[in-house]
Design a protein around this ligand. Structure first.
Ligand code: EPU
Length: 417
């Protein structure tokens, strides 16, 4: 077991380059098998979730060549075998092999997906979508068997604009006969990235990034390339680090349109930042104003930024509120931030954060990915040393986090527990 050790109170300056988005890459890798030729994915982040997905591809007899941040995937000799639980349980996004294999082979056998423990995470919209396309679903013990004699385009209305269901239905319908329309689709930038990849292979998808996505089925998907978009959650995490302990810290790879909700809150708080082209420069700001934030689907304030943002709110002068509306249990960070000296009360799904409080380094536990990110941020601004255990959660989603922070002046290391 490893832990991250952070010496607090160091000033960060220099440049942090943002890697490809985890939540895009984890969908693009399964999407690659839909190509009847081969595909290349650029700017793939060096995260453990990627390694698990590559292992699934290898089990499916796909050829995978990885050089630096580029993945070449050839699925022409694909063998459609059961996707094992020891792999599926490591991450949520293993469920994108449901849509991809159903779309390609009309048959999938896959064990239950895993992912962060942040509340109930049903996949009923995905399964209903597959059924509407003509699939039959059987659940046997710990596995789903999804089978279709024929996939036919359908009009699918999502009860909630789910990111995962929108992508999975696109993957399953791209080679169906006829036209599929997804109403109330999710609009997140990662969905546009996946649709662009499929269109590069010859798919006919329009409307990605809006709430109505139209997919005209095609018979063949040729070779395709795609670049993973920058990770807006990774960018947000380092932007918050800059607001806490930065001195002209530069974050390179910020797409303004992907981050309006965060940037406008930072302005409301009086945080000192400048964005030029794709580079955001940020410094520690004294006298930050408290704010109220509510997580929403894109372009609202993304739930994944909530836990990191809580740390910044502990440093505002006054009472801030963060209401989590997407997940029912995304508060794993609160206990540990309070151990470190924060004053956060949770009422239903709202954090009430009284600032400003001085944080002290402590031994803490990363209960999930973004909770872990929030503890790293707390460790950066705290006095003395913070030790974070269960760091596998953090390494699932933050590429080279220790190197990136040390390059800009932090004192962070990974050691054996
Ligand atoms: N939902 C259902 N039924 C479904 C699907 C979703 O009830 O069939 C509910 C969920 O329980 C949740 C809400 O709808 O309450 C939103 O779920 P969504 O499907 O949009 O989320 P997801 O696809 O499971 C992705 C990201 C999450 C991110 C959310 C929201 C991936 C692999 N995960 O999850 O990322 O929080 O979208 O933007 O793309 C993270 O990166 O830390 C993370 C958890």
């Amino acid at each position: 077991m490893k832990k991250i050790v952070i010496e607090g109170n160091q000033t960060l300056s220099g440049t942090i380059n943002i890697d490809g988005a985890k939540n895009s890459a984890v969908a693009l890798i399964p999407a690659a098998i839909l190509s009847d030729e081969f595909t290349t994915i650029y700017n793939v982040p060096n995260i453990s979730d990627k390694n698990v997905l590559i292992n699934i591809l290898k089990d499916l007899n796909c050829q995978v060549l990885e050089t630096d941040n580029i993945l070449n995937i050839n699925s022409s000799s694909l063998k459609n075998v059961l996707i094992r639980e020891d792999l599926t349980s490591k991450l949520r996004a293993s469920y994108y092999f449901m849509g991809a294999l159903l779309g390609k082979c009309k048959h999938v056998e896959i064990c239950l997906p895993g992912g962060c423990n942040i509340g109930a995470r049903p996949i009923d919209y995905h399964l209903k979508g597959f059924e509407q396309l003509g699939a039959k679903i059987t659940i046997e013990d710990n596995k789903y068997i999804i089978d279709a004699k024929k996939l036919e385009g359908a009009k699918i209305y999502l009860d909630f604009p789910s990111v995962g269901a929108t992508i999975n239905i696109m993957l399953a319908s791209v080679k169906a006969s006829g036209t599929t329309i997804i109403y109330n689709a999710a609009k997140e930038p990662e969905i546009v990235n996946v649709a662009t990849f499929l269109n590069n292979m010859g798919a006919k998808i329009t409307g990605a990034g809006t709430s109505k996505i139209k997919i005209e089925g095609v018979e063949f998907l040729h070779k395709g390339i795609i670049e993973v978009i920058p990770d807006r959650i990774e960018a947000a995490t380092y932007i918050i680090a800059g607001a806490l302990v930065g001195n002209n810290l530069k974050i390179n790879g910020v797409i303004k349109e992907h981050m309006e909700s965060l940037l406008s809150k930072l302005s409301e708080m009086n945080v000192n930042y400048k964005l030029k082209d794709f580079e955001l420069t940020i410094s520690k700001t004294d006298n930050m104003k408290p704010v109220s934030i509510k997580s929403q689907v894109f372009p609202g304030f993304v739930t994944d930024m909530g836990q990191p943002m809580s740390v910044l709110l502990t440093q505002c002068d006054g009472i801030s509120f963060f209401e989590e509306t997407i997940y029912d249990n995304r508060m794993g960070h609160v206990k540990y931030l309070n151990n470190m000296g924060a004053d956060i009360k949770v009422k239903e799904n709202t954090e009430i954060i009284c600032g400003k409080t001085k944080l002290q380094g402590k031994k803490v536990i990363a209960t999930d990915l973004r909770a872990g990110a929030s503890l790293v941020l707390a460790g950066l601004v705290a006095d003395k040393t913070t030790e974070i255990s269960q760091i596998d959660h953090i390494l699932r989603g933050y590429a080279n986090i220790v190197e990136k922070l040390n390059n800009v002046g932090a004192k962070v290391k990974i050691v054996d527990e």
